[in-house]
Ligand binder design. Structure first.
Ligand code: ATP
Ligand code: MG
Length: 801
């Protein structure tokens, strides 16, 4: 180590230092939001490289989004540059000339960080597959080559649809291909094979799914394609079965780091285990036991259970990753207990909210900051006035001045559909905004077309992509011709490309209609001559010129085609950038990037704009001011979650994530009436979460009724047993009155929030929530130092006191 007073360590507290300096053996960092987990992880990588002579080649760092990976790499670049400035030149960074600073940074990127594998699970393990997929031995004899295509949701669904409708001759109304695809995906996320499903299936529907799963894999293999789930599942099977492959990656990645560990699923967990366990039986450690594995997470921020994420994986870490160099003790644990992000009012509000969850590990999260402002409640008549209230706030906080700072604001919502009304209001006031999570750049028609050409050029088995471009731009190939050829390809069990490349069989099958097809094969064969020696950018350029795609757009001259041309230019720019940033920038690598890039990664953020995104997308980020919108029962928490305690707890974690994104201000908005799913406006009930934040931290009361028309819909009926009068009253009462609304009968007893009960084991307690109603009722009861429990009053030994 160069010097003790290291630059990298300066901005860290003691607990973070312990985490950063802990080099060997497994380590778990658990801590609440904004406590510097991601910062500790980044500094740890820099410390490994700079002070412990670890080659970046030996580091694997997993982030939750591509964008986070990019930011972390940029951060590392600066950290290392600063560290070098101090250690090697004996000069603080700030005293170096700008030219020297830039030079240092560029050198670091090119020389030191290129080999560092940092990215999402999908990006990292698809990269691994590009090296080793050909070594995979499938139990059913299926094969893939390293040129595999990655199918997005639309492509994979097309395959499933074909399988269900054509191969299995099932009625798509009874067996919805979307549902079947989801079930297959779910199985893959839990590391189940088609065989596993078959063995477990005890009803017809499950058997159909197992069968569809098997056929779907065969079909993917025929296309030499993988879906997103395979990018993780195949590496699991490969690493399990091949000692040499596992040993190679194990030896390479001597340091493994994972951010947001609470949102890993079983398959991802298995990958981490395999990579760290090395050349021994899976799940058993031997000489590699002291492997440096570093994970950080917060169980209270686990919000992806619908993608099979399971925060018990985080909780089990210490047991799972024993430390052999230390008597096989449990993995070390570091807790970070200071929050650096939010003002203390915001933090107290978030902490109070999350305490209402019963499935959690209690932890300390102290504020390091001043009290700050109260959280502000915006009670609005309907969704339109909610949007207006938000834009008014935005403007007033900017003092209606001429140089407003919009980038300090984020508007978060539970469902994407909520963004439309918000956008309209922002447009009306000419407030620039960037909306994340919309159509992916790579999903635009023209971009998908161009990428499909690339896919076919490297992977001629990819029928789905071939069918997409065979007549684009138009070559006079009719639908019947395509259908005939496709049938022939299926019958002969050879890729469509080979069918159309065989002139003789082409003439026999479609006779004179082969003109357009010949044009297409000539084009593709011509392009194939370039593929060996050109990078993705040049090939794309050739595709667009030689196919006539660009000239078609030019001739049309419409505004829309102008847009499309710009997008294609942008695609070429992306390919050029990829070539500059990547060590071996081949076409396959670019295709992986194109498949896995999300809207958030490519978005050209207006440098000064308001951010609009879902609460899910906001994880890990921070903003000065945050609006959390639509705080109404049935919207947030979502309709699906209200009767299911575990789902409701996940919604509460989502709300915790939302609130803790803010540094200075939080605005909580709800509308008393809202139009949902394009139907009639309906009266709403304020979100239960509003009642869980201490009143004294909130500025604002539920206003007097603005004459909202109250309709009891099915959902409200299920939610509460209030009648119109109660509901009206609740709207007219201050916010904490909402608590009183949740009540339900049981064994003839009607429970109310605030009722005192006695439990034979836990003693005295107070009802803090009532979930569901009628037969489905359960009570959340807070028992002094025993914490909160969710109980079924018909079974639990409790009585009212
Ligand atoms: P989340 O749970 O939301 O992902 P986190 O625990 O990863 O949060 P970071 O994003 O790493 O937290 O840090 C939150 C903020 O606190 C950042 O702005 C970071 O720069 C700052 N910060 C972290 N540690 C310290 C510290 N020791 N001193 C001062 N500021 C810090
Ligand atoms: Mg973080």
């Amino acid at each position: 180590m160069h010097q003790t007073n290291n630059f990298l360590f300066k901005s860290l507290n003691n607990a973070q230092l312990n985490a950063v300096k802990h080099i060997n053996g497994p380590l778990l960092v658990v801590a609440g939001a904004g406590s510097g987990k991601t910062k500790a992880l980044t500094h740890r990588i820099a410390n490994l490289i700079e002070n412990n002579s670890v080659d970046p080649h030996n580091i694997l760092a997993v982030t939750f989004t591509n964008k986070a990976a990019k930011e972390m790499k940029a951060r590392l670049q600066v950290l290392l540059a600063q560290e070098i400035a101090l250690n090697q030149f004996g000069q603080p960074w700030s005293t170096l000339k700008e030219f020297d600073q830039n030079q240092l940074r560029t050198n670091i990127d090119q020389e030191r960080l290129r080999d560092l594998w940092i990215g999402t699970f999908h990006a990292l393990f698809s990269r691994l597959l590009r090296y080793d997929i050909e070594k995979y031995q499938d139990p059913e004899g299926l094969t893939w080559t390293r040129q595999f295509s990655i199918y997005d949701e639309t492509d994979s669904q097309t395959l499933v649809k074909e399988i269900v409708g054509q191969d299995m001759s099932l009625d798509p109304k009874r067996f919805d291909p979307k549902k079947i695809k989801r079930a297959i995906s779910n199985a893959k996320n839990q590391c189940f094979t088609a065989n596993d499903l078959e063995e477990k299936a005890d009803n017809h529907f499950d058997k159909v799914i197992a069968d569809a799963y098997r056929r779907y894999r065969i079909s993917l293999s025929k296309n030499n394609a993988l879906d997103f789930d395979d990018l993780l599942l195949l590496p699991v099977f490969l690493l399990r079965q091949n000692d040499l492959v596992r040993d190679y990656w194990h030896k390479r990645f001597q340091h493994v780091l994972v951010d947001e560990y609470q949102d890993t699923n079983r398959t991802q967990y298995e990958l981490i285990k395999l990579i760290t366990a090395g050349n021994t039986e899976p799940n058993k450690f031997c000489e590699w036991n002291d492997r440096s594995i570093f994970v950080v997470g917060d169980a209270d921020q686990s919000i992806y259970s619908f993608r099979a994420a399971d925060f018990r994986i985080l909780i089990g870490f210490q047991e799972d990753f024993k430390n052999s160099s230390n008597n096989n003790q449990k993995a070390s644990l570091v807790k970070l207990e200071e929050n650096y992000r939010s003002s203390s009012n915001i933090l107290t509000a978030a902490n109070s909210l999350i305490e209402n969850n019963t499935e959690r590990i209690d932890k300390v999260l102290r504020s390091t900051r001043e009290e700050g402002e109260l959280l502000k409640l915006l009670s609005c008549d309907d969704e339109i006035s909610e949007a207006e209230a938000i834009t008014t706030k935005l403007r007033s906080l900017n003092n209606y001045n001429n140089q407003p700072i919009w980038k300090n604001f984020a508007i978060l919502y539970r469902t994407r559909a909520q963004s439309r009304v918000l956008e309209e209001s922002l447009v009306r006031w000419r407030i620039p905004y960037t909306i994340f999570g919309g159509l992916r750049f790579y999903d635009r028609r023209e971009v998908k077309d161009a990428v499909a050409y690339l896919k076919v050029l490297v992977n001629s088995s990819d029928n789905i992509s071939l069918l997409r471009i065979i007549n684009v731009p138009r070559r006079g190939i009719g639908k019947t011709t395509i259908q005939k050829l496709n049938e022939l390809s299926n019958k002969l069990n050879i890729p469509l490309w080979e069918v159309i490349n065989d002139k003789q069989s082409l003439d026999e099958t479609i006779g004179r209609s082969s003109k357009g097809i010949n044009k297409f094969t000539e084009l593709m064969n011509d392009l194939l001559c370039y593929i060996e020696n050109s990078g993705p950018a040049q090939i794309l350029q050739l595709i667009l010129e030689k196919s006539g795609y660009l000239s078609d757009l030019l001739t049309s001259g419409s505004e829309e085609s102008e847009d499309r041309r710009n997008n294609l230019q942008e695609l070429i720019n992306a390919a050029t950038q990829f070539e500059e940033e990547t060590e071996n920038p081949d076409v396959e690598g670019f295709l992986s990037t194109a498949a896995l890039t999300t809207d958030n990664d490519t978005k050209k953020n207006h440098p000064n704009s308001v951010t609009l995104m879902t609460l899910h997308n906001s994880k890990g980020l921070e903003f000065q001011n945050v609006f959390i919108t639509g705080l109404e029962q049935g919207l947030f928490p979502s309709h699906r979650s209200i009767d299911t305690p575990s789902l409701l707890e996940e919604e509460r974690r989502l709300c915790y994530v939302g609130i803790t994104r803010a540094k200075e201000r939080v605005f909580l908005s709800h509308a008393r009436e809202r139009r949902l799913w394009g139907g009639m406006r309906e009266a709403t009930i304020p979100s239960i979460f509003l009642s869980e934040i201490p009143e004294e931290l909130i500025d604002g009361e539920l206003p007097q009724s603005g004459g909202a028309s109250i309709r009891r819909d099915r959902h409200l009926d299920r939610l509460t047993r209030v009648d119109r009068k109660d509901l009206n009253e609740s709207i007219n009462r201050p916010i904490n009155a909402v608590r009183k609304l949740y009540s339900g009968p049981s064994k003839g007893k009607s429970w109310l929030i605030g009722d005192k009960v006695i439990h034979s084991k836990f003693g005295k307690g107070e009802i803090i929530h009532i979930f569901g109603s009628g037969e489905k009722i359960s009570l959340a009861v807070k028992f002094g130092d025993k914490g909160s429990k969710i109980l079924d009053p018909r079974l639990a030994p409790i009585r009212a006191i």
